[in-house]
Structures are given as C-alpha cells and as structure tokens.
Design a protein around this ligand. Sequence first.
Ligand code: MLT
Length: 303
Amino acid sequence: MGRIILANDGIAANAKLELEKLGFIVDTTHYDGEELEAKIKEVECIIIRSATKIRKDLIDIAVGGNLKLMIRAGVGLDNIDVKYAESKGFIVRNTPAASSRAVAELAIGHMFSLTRHIYISNINMRNGEWNKKAYKGIELGGKTLGLIGFGRISREVASRAMALGMDVIYFDVFGESSIMPECKYVEFDELLGNSDFISLHIPYIKEVGTVLGDAEFAKMKDGVYLVDTARGKVVSEEALLKALASGKVAAAALDVYEEEPTRNEAIYTHPKISLTPHIGAATSEAQNRIGIETINIVKEILL
Ligand code: MLT
C-alpha cells in the first residue's frame, strides 16, 4: 500500500496533482462515521475543511495507525480537538494566511449589501417589484467601523475600510497592536458604544462562549450594522433577532451560523439579514493559496 493522504473535504486540483507528484496517493472521497473511522488508520495525513470534525473519539481510533499529520485547510481550528490530538502525538497544522483577503472582501461586500439593500432588492425585483423609494441607503465613508479581533483578516478589512473613508477602531484580547497605528485600539465596551458598523474576526473558543449576546447588543449604538464572517457561535442568533426587532441593529450580514447548514428559519428568512453560506474563503485564489500552504506543510512534515 502506498502513502495515502485523505483530503476528506476536497482539495484544489493543482494541490492534488502536486501531492501526487510527491509520491502520495490522494483520496478525495468524503468519508463519514464508521467509514472515516476505518480510513483514518490507513492514511498518513488527513486534510479537512470545515465539514469534517476530528474529535477525541476519532483521534483515539487513529492512535497506532499510520496517521501523523492533520491539516486544517483554512484558518479556524475549532473542528479539531487540537490539544488532545497533540497529546496523542499527532501534528496539527492550519493555513492561517491563505484566505485573509478573500474573507475581508466578503465582509466589505456584505457591508455594501446591507447599506445599499443589494441583497433584498435582488429578491424583490425577482418578484416583480420596483421599490425605488424603499431602498434609500447610507454611505460607508465617514462612518466608524469597529473590528472585534485584529488578526490578519481583520487588518485586511481595516485597510479596505480606510480606503473607503471609514474610521477604524478595534478591540483585541492581545491588546494594542504595533501594526497599523492608524487604527485606534479601544476597550471592548467603547467599541460597542462607538461603532456604526461592527465586524467580527475572532475564533470561537468553547470556554469563552458567545461574545455578542443581549448585554453586548444593549451597549451598541442604535441602528448599528453587524457583520459576522468569523464563526456563528460568537454571536447569539436569539439576541441578534431581538436586536433587529427593536431596531438596535439596523441590519446584519452573516456568512457563519450557530449551526451549519443553518436551520434557523427566523434567521434565513429575515428581511434585514444578508446571507451567504460560509463562503469566506471560497475564492479560486484563496483555495490555490491554501493548496500551496498545504503542500509546504506536507513537504515539511512528511518528506
Ligand atoms: C476558515 O476557517 O478558514 C474559514 O471559516 C473558511 C472555511 O474553512 O470554511
């Protein structure tokens, strides 16, 4: 049997070819349940996106097999029990830089979608409506954007927002950053109270839980716009729906959901929510870069 890499959630065609040139058999079948449990013992490396979860029980099954390396082809590592996997001797890696621009462009796109009613006028025109008067919007220029988290993606959002004439403030648990001094570090509550737009760029950490719930929405400016392209669970969907109903939040854009695919009808039918199905990193360029980073990790660890 040759050296097998399982790309359980798929992989860009160029990356598959390169890995094959390096001598690996690349299996791109998506396995679940017992099939995945059987497969994980055979392969040397498993590459996953967001669909596959690698939890303790699967990790225990992999112990003693051929598996050495787990690659999360993306940024978020919340679908792998990383500490547990590492404690069992597996190497876990992600591709942290590859998709920043793609996610940032989507976040900015959603802001335009909300302020100019692009998402909803598209739906209504398809129903034969011509609601010109209903779609008076606002401009992004001159508004304050509050970024929660100030990592790579957030800074890409910041530079685009500044180019559009927005003032950018941010909060990060690691404190003030020396990068991009033109953006102002503020405390969390100050960000909530002073932002016209809030965009989240943080991981979901189980021990921390929801970051925006009823109490945090109450501290926001009336008529704030919210964008979440990070992780669904950092925003309480229940609290968001209440804040939309009261007018505290003017409109929200979601690429990520508490549960995916979302089954929350109140969310996916809401007239003031612009929706995308977790496509932040889904550009050809980002997927190619993810492929290149993945190949480099495989070369570094397995060759
Ligand atoms: C990520 O964590 O990289 C993004 O959420 C994109 C994804 O993998 O679906």
